[in-house]
Design a protein around this ligand. Structure first.
Ligand code: KG4
Ligand code: ZN
Length: 338
């Protein structure tokens, strides 16, 4: 039922999840259907772009219908269409953008293109109805690692980013060499609980003093070298210890840099975003570090951390309220910056 609420239908298809959500008044999730292709891509050890596009095409209409049905509305009730237009895989993005444009045109509904990374941050607006900018945000996903200052809805200033691998990418690569499969983040998170984070002292890479940038490729190489050396020496690898030690080295750095940035920029709110935000150790360590500095930490529930339509719908709502609709010329932009 519409009941005078402003309804947004949002489509997310930037990588390997086809997701469609319906939101009321920007923050209330009426439905958030996520059709994951993880099982399909697992066989290849990572996302295969062409296969991802094909599955978005096959699933899109079903997922849209499920989202509308679960929300108890029809397209005639929808006030705004939001869609991820970048960053992401071009073919995958195009599936969502083309679908959103077709609906917007056919039903004469305003259209808004959403930056996927703004979507990740917006997951927190859904989780915490009272949360308002300004705040500091740590974005940790499969493709991005950034410290961002959000001064207002949709107004982001990047203070630091990774110079090589993203955190999620490092997790996925280390998991692969440990034989844990794809996607590696959740697998490392789980197995690390049984390991000793002090077992192997991997170097913590902080870069230059005061830098808010990151570098994880050296750590990734150090883990690979450790595994190769142990294997060549005929020693058995304790996978849980390697996972826990790798994770400890990553998390110590990102927690310190994010909290230092919040203190430096005099922000009393820190917002965690992106798929790696689902990581249990990161959540626990960041919580502790924030408490020590009197910073309030905001963390979305795990389902809102990884890619989903609801976070895109929330970001679309605020963008539309501030800037109005985009034109139907909207195109996919795979390299879109935050
Ligand atoms: O944000 P996301 O769903 O997609 C991108 O926008 O990239 O993030 C996916 C990334 C993958 O690298 C995955 O391994 C990682 O998030 N991830 C995790 C966890 N859950 C997902 N990494 C560590 N611990 C987790 N529990
Ligand atoms: Zn994402």
């Amino acid at each position: 039922m519409k009941e005078n609420k402003f309804l947004t239908l949002a489509i997310e298809s930037s990588c390997d999840e086809t997701s469609v959500a319906v939101l009321a008044d920007g923050r209330q999730v009426l439905s958030n259907i996520i059709s994951s292709q993880i099982d399909i891509h697992t066989a290849f050890g990572g996302v295969v772009p062409e296969i991802a596009s094909r599955h978005h095409l096959q699933n899109m209409n079903t997922v849209i219908n499920q989202a509308l049905t679960e929300a108890g509305v029809t397209l005639d009730d929808i006030d705004l269409i939001g869609v991820t237009y970048g960053p992401g895989l071009v073919g995958a993005l195009l599936m969502g953008v083309a679908t959103a444009k077709a609906i917007a045109f056919a039903k004469d509904i305003p259209l808004v293109g959403v930056n996927h990374m703004h979507g990740h941050i917006s997951a927190n607006f859904i989780q915490y109805p009272e949360l308002e900018p300004p705040f500091m945000s740590l974005i940790v996903s499969g493709g991005h690692t950034n410290i961002v200052e959000m001064s207002d809805y949709g107004e982001c200033r990047v203070l630091g980013g990774t110079r090589d691998d993203a955190v999620g990418e490092a997790y996925d690569k280390v998991a692969r060499v440990l034989g844990l499969g794809y996607p590696g983040g959740p697998k490392i998170d789980k197995i690390a609980k049984a390991g000793d984070p002090q077992a192997i002292q991997f170097k913590r890479v902080f870069l230059e003093k005061g830098s808010k940038d990151f570098s994880f490729s050296g750590l990734k190489t150090a883990v690979l070298n450790y595994i190769n050396t142990e294997r060549q020496a005929g020693r058995e690898i304790n996978v849980a210890d390697v996972a826990a030690s790798f994770q400890a080295a990553v998390i110590e750095v990102i927690v310190k840099k994010a909290v230092d940035a919040a203190v430096e920029m005099k922000k009393d709110k820190l917002v965690l975003a992106g798929g790696v935000a689902a990581n249990s150790r990161l959540r626990a360590d960041l919580d502790k570090a924030c408490r020590e500095k009197g910073i309030k930490l905001y963390v979305p529930s795990p389902v809102l951390c990884t890619d989903n339509g609801a976070m895109i719908g929330c970001a679309a709502y605020y963008k539309y309220m501030k800037y109005g609709p985009d034109s139907l010329e909207l195109d996919a932009f795979p390299g879109l910056e935050i």
